[in-house]
Design a protein around this ligand. Structure first.
Ligand code: NOJ
Ligand code: NOJ
Ligand code: CA
Ligand code: CA
Length: 696
């Protein structure tokens, strides 16, 4: 067999990656837009007076960007030519109109994070009809629309000064629901601003001065279910959830199960991590909430290596290995090198090549890459709001633009990038050569961030014998390589600052699962399985050993299967497929079957005294409470903000309309002391939220 491939002309046709697939974004490249800062397509909707800055001289107020501007760029193929197949736009909902003066400086809600009505649009971005036009225009070009969504809070408010800004007021499609001051319905938390010392503090106190929602309130809970339903009905393809570290995890899981039950779309949350920050709670959230996360560990490390020179290629490789082990669905986490909350990657005077290397790394790594608007135009700007300047140019010939285009195409054509494993193949302080592999598909990427050429000898790969042209056609000074029959690559020189990409695609010899979405659901929900080599004829889908065949398989194509979750016990499953020819795929781990519809219950236990180092946990008979396994129990519970020690509390997603058996236990190291007596019972509501409070 001759295995000669030309990097510029992939041997396989592009697989189906249409907007119809709202679960799997692994083959997509996301482009993040601050709507107000992209393009003013309709000056008639621009705010007036102090709220608006003509020419965007003042980056803290509105500058005029809108959905009409985004539509114009969709229609003139700016995104298509860049290889972009998903746009993440600012929160589309109506925001406060007030201009807030902080220490003599005017600020507005141009960023979209100061909501006042989650069921209306921000008129500065456009009307509901224009939003519909945006979805239609995007879908017509096979581009998905992801909305930012911030259910943690409304807007800046002062407990003691109701006339400050709009006092956090929120509306239900125009009907006033409540204000921060005089909040007799308990829609908000009133515990002051967070010092961020603990996760509990960040959840139940205000994020800065933002009026913080109480999601354990029935009205708030149903308001956010109804409002996300409205946007799902508008045809959105994905959701970026703001500030997930600052909302109760139980509420978010039950909200996700509501979304997945109604109209599942790819959903990823923002859990900010600083430089060198590694958070087990972050991993746990990504693995258990049903939501993916923005991969800050990836982003921060890439910035250290390629931008700040505070880490090297060993650190980059360690991050890749660490995250692959920590996140159960690594291909679903969203990677990036900068965003609207960080200094832009590129700085004035810095080498453009470092940005290009970081982009190449992101576009060829596991996860769903998100590119911040203007990166392809080498925009600079440190800190907020300088990192949110008006888009400077729409030039399609920049190196970064061309690079993105070529690698976005490769993500669509070679599934090794979207779904593959990552293996380090050659490493020193400045050189990282890694291989992505999925089935018989291989991509090898070599990056030299150093200022001297490096002779690469002894490089082993999975490439079949042949000569491989650089997929980037030398754009970043890569050249071709030759592999021998065992995949060994003849010694070559990787130029100073060079990036080379070599790829091989072949049809599948066995079925291989690359992605499953959503990764959580109840019996009866439909799950989308993407991969290669499933064959044309219906075979079998296994949830552990439970075989699903026939009518409960909704559709079966060579690269995609849709299957109904069978009525099986709630727990995490290994999903595997068997082709009609009897060939088995890999097992895709951790599909989470829930007990049924979910509601949020606040569990509170008083009088639970502990010694230093000892914590209280909650366990019970349903999977959502760990099925009596102490290692899967809920906790450590909280005891500082809403209730104080020795009272402990936690908001938990549990099956609706179910009589639960539960108990608390104290854990100190490995030692566990259960509550004495019979199991306690609690019947959960059919909808809404509840609280159950007992004494230890
Ligand atoms: C995180 C967002 O990305 C940031 O820009 C915003 O100000 C806060 N959350 C509050 O919504
Ligand atoms: C597990 C048992 O199944 C349950 O009934 C009991 O309450 C807890 N362990 C604590 O002992
Ligand atoms: Ca405008
Ligand atoms: Ca909160």
């Amino acid at each position: 067999m001759i295995a000669l491939t030309n990097g510029n002309a992939p041997v396989q046709a592009a697989p189906d990656t249409s907007v119809l697939n709202q679960q799997n974004f692994s083959t997509d490249v996301i482009y993040q837009i601050v709507t107000d800062r992209f393009l003013d397509g309709n000056s008639a909707n621009n705010p007036t007076g102090a709220a608006f800055s003509p020419g965007c001289q003042n980056l803290r107020v509105y500058c005029g960007g809108d959905w009409a501007g985004i539509i114009a760029k969709i229609n003139d193929n700016y995104f298509t030519d860049l290889g972009i197949s998903a746009l993440w736009i600012s929160q589309p909902v109506e925001n406060i109109y007030a201009v807030i003066n902080y220490s003599g400086v005017n600020n507005t809600a141009y960023h979209g994070y100061w909501a006042r009505d989650f069921k209306k649009t921000n008129p500065a971005f456009g009307s509901m009809t224009e939003f519909q036009n945006l979805i239609q225009a995007a879908h017509a070009k096979n581009i998905k629309i992801i909305i930012d969504f911030a259910p943690n809070h409304t807007s800046p408010a002062s407990e003691t000064n109701p006339s400050f800004a709009e006092n956090g007021r929120f509306y239900n499609n125009g009907v006033l629901m409540g204000s921060y001051t005089g909040d007799t319905s308990g829609y908000f938390h009133h515990n002051g601003g967070s010092n961020f010392a603990t996760i509990e503090d960040g959840i139940y106190r205000n994020l800065y001065d933002l009026a913080d929602f109480n999601h354990n309130n029935n009205t708030v809970d149903s308001y956010f279910k109804e409002s996300i339903k409205l946007w799902l009905n508008m045809g959105i393809d994905g959701i970026r959830v703001d500030a997930v570290k600052h909302m109760p995890f139980g509420w978010q899981k039950s909200w996700m199960s509501y979304i997945y039950n109604y109209k599942p779309v790819f959903t990823f949350g923002e859990w900010f991590l600083g430089v060198n920050e590694i958070s087990p709670e972050n991993y746990h959230f990504a693995n258990d909430s049903g939501m993916s996360l923005l991969d800050f560990e990836f982003g921060q490390t890439a910035r250290q290596v390629f931008r700040d020179n505070t880490a090297n290629m060993y650190d980059l490789d360690a991050m890749i290995n660490r995250t692959a082990a920590a996140y159960t669905q690594i291909a679903d986490q969203v990677t990036f090198i900068d965003n609207h909350d960080m200094d832009r990657f590129h700085t004035t005077g810095a080498s453009a090549r470092r940005l290009e290397q970081a982009l190449a790394f992101t576009l060829t790594s596991r996860g769903v890459p998100a590119i911040y608007y203007g990166t392809e135009q080498y925009m600079t700007g440190n800190g907020d709001p300088d990192n949110r300047a008006m888009m400077t140019s729409f030039n399609r010939t920049s190196t970064a633009y061309q690079l993105t285009k070529k690698l976005a195409l490769l993500r669509k054509t070679n599934p090794a990038l979207a779904y593959g494993t990552t293996q380090q193949r050659w490493l020193n302080n400045d050189v990282y050569i890694y291989e992505r592999k999925f089935g018989n598909n291989v991509t090898v990427i070599a990056i030299n961030r150093g200022s001297a050429p490096v002779s690469i000898s002894g490089l082993a790969t999975s490439l079949p014998a042949g000569t491989y042209g650089d997929v980037l056609s030398g754009l970043l000074n890569g050249n071709s390589i030759s592999a021998s029959a065992n995949g060994g690559v003849s010694t070559f020189t990787l130029g100073a600052g060079a990036v080379g990409v070599w790829q091989y695609t072949a049809s599948a010899s066995a079925p291989a699962i690359g992605n499953i979405g959503p990764d959580m659901g109840k019996a009866g929900n439909v799950v989308t399985i993407d991969g290669r080599g499933f064959g044309a004829a219906k075979g079998t889908v296994f949830f552990d050993t439970t075989a699903v065949t026939g009518a409960t398989i909704v559709s079966w194509e060579d690269t995609q299967i849709k299957v109904v979750v069978p009525a099986i016990a709630a727990k995490k499953y290994q999903v595997k497929i068997r082709s009609s020819a009897g060939s088995d795929s890999n097992s895709y781990a951790n599909y989470n079957v829930l007990s049924g519809d979910q509601v949020t219950v606040r569990f509170v236990v008083s009088g639970a005294t502990t010694v230093f180092g000892e914590n209280v946990y909650l366990a019970g008979n349903v999977a959502e409470l760990g099925g009596w396994e102490s290692a899967k129990a809920i906790g450590p519970m909280y005891n500082q903000v809403l209730h104080a020690y020795p009272t402990w509390y936690y908001d938990v997603s549990v099956p609706a309309n179910t009589t639960l058996q539960y108990k608390y236990f104290k854990k100190n190291g490995q030692a566990i002391v259960w509550q004495s007596g019979n199991n306690r019972t609690f019947t959960t509501p059919t909808s809404g939220t509840a609280t159950v409070h007992i004494n230890w």
